[in-house]
Ligand binder design. Structure first.
Ligand code: CP3
Length: 351
């Protein structure tokens, strides 16, 4: 084994952790690190609809960068939403505050009417945001992350029409009208491959696939319906250049399958015993996670303890990226987020 290098730069530390190469300590960032818990975000966001803000290159770049200095995160994810590339396909949607679809997809004719679009033409602002961020971050040695929603999670909202506790409608479609759901997933998978590749072209140095709602399925259904979409996306990306991170919320019963998705990093929520996951799949993939976002309400000393415990639990894995188990919540104290990233920096290099 090569000895762990000392004091790596942020970009190299992150990319090495993704690939399972030795590092001095885990890198740290947070899902939803640019968001309403930051007064500075609320100021930029005031008086502008969410989707308009996603299209506003200057504002999007500004809020993407805010967490670096305000809370000390060590990667930047570009400010946007998983639904940004969807309206150009011909789907009317708005945010209130989550996505609301005007005409939920219930028939094959609606799937067939979806447009195949060239991301660079349909959402050019996304790539302008990424290029601008890459210029900003190069000198600061901070990795830039791209992302997309996974086909099932996008489909869940498109079929349901909006968020739901159990997404029963899309699950019933799986059993009653499998051909319809298959056709929809197919279109969304194609779009996602093109979208992520365009992000990589524009400068994303790693990309994360968010399959938030796939954890609602049991292992059999997950294997049949979800895994092939992830595997197709993993195969379509230029992975020699850019690692892929895969996040599923509520996926504690699925992580062994996730480890065979083709992703380099499996991102877990707080219901997972990280030590066990590290032993079981940590030889094959790196892990990301998995603090409960609510734990950031704890006093700084307790957060420091939790971070040490997470790092120790993940140690048997080939790589670990410190993160939350889901997005940072609007109620999160800023000091809690800062304590989280400070605690990561305070971790002693592994002997
Ligand atoms: O992580 C980041 O900071 C990058 C940006 C990002 C957002 N959403 C910004 C956002 C990312 C990667 C997402 C992903 C996303 N969006 C997912 C998958 C991950 C997850 O959180 O489960 C899903 C399911 C969505 C859909 C979505 N967008 C919902 C359900 C909501 C409403 C919930 C809420 O927090 O209000 C959004 C809105 C949204 N997306 C906000 C942000 C910062 C809040 C918008 C605001 O400022 O009002």
């Amino acid at each position: 084994m090569t000895p762990p290098p000392v004091a790596l730069g942020r970009t190299e530390r992150f990319l090495r952790a993704c690939r399972g190469d030795p590092v001095d300590r885990p890198p740290v960032w947070l899902m939803r690190q640019a968001g309403r818990y930051l007064p500075e975000y609320r100021r930029v966001r005031a008086g502008i609809p969410f989707l308009d803000m996603c299209r506003d290159v200057e504002r999007a770049v500004e809020v993407s960068l805010q967490p670096l200095d305000l809370v000390g995160t060590e990667a930047v994810i570009f400010f946007s939403d998983i639904f940004v590339p969807v309206p150009p396909m011909g789907v009317k949607l708005e945010f209130a505050p989550g996505p609301v679809v005007a005409e939920p997809i219930r028939e094959l004719a609606q799937v067939e009417a979806l447009r195949t679009v060239e991301p660079l033409e349909s959402v050019p602002f996304v790539f302008e945001i990424l290029q601008a961020l890459r210029r900003e971050l190069r000198d600061r040695d901070v990795p830039l992350l791209g992302f997309a929603g996974a086909p099932f999670t996008l489909a869940a909202y498109l079929v349901e029409g909006q968020g739901s506790k159990d997404f029963g409608r899309v699950k019933r479609m799986m059993y009653r009208e499998p051909e319809l759901l298959r056709a929809l997933l197919e279109r969304l998978t194609e779009m996602t491959c093109a979208y992520l590749n365009a992000q990589i072209e524009a400068g994303a140095q790693a990309v994360q696939l968010f399959d938030t709602w796939a954890g609602l399925l049991g292992p059999e259904e997950y294997r049949e319906w979800i895994q092939p979409t992830h595997q197709r996306i993993a195969a379509a990306l230029d992975r020699a250049r850019v690692p892929l991170l895969l996040y599923v919320n509520g996926g504690s019963h699925l992580y062994e399958i996730m480890a065979d998705s083709g992703a380099d990093v499996v991102s877990l929520d707080w219901r997972v015993d990280l030590a066990r996951a590290a032993r079981e799949i940590g030889g094959k993939v790196s892990l990301q996670g998995n603090l409960d976002p609510c734990a950031l309400a704890a006093p700084p000393s307790a957060i420091r303890e939790r971070v040490r415990a997470l790092a120790a639990a993940a140690a048997p894995a080939r790589g670990h990226i410190l993160n939350l188990g889901h997005g940072c919540l609007p109620e999160t104290p800023v000091e809690g987020v800062r304590a989280f990233t400070d605690a990561a920096r305070a971790l002693a290099p592994e002997a």
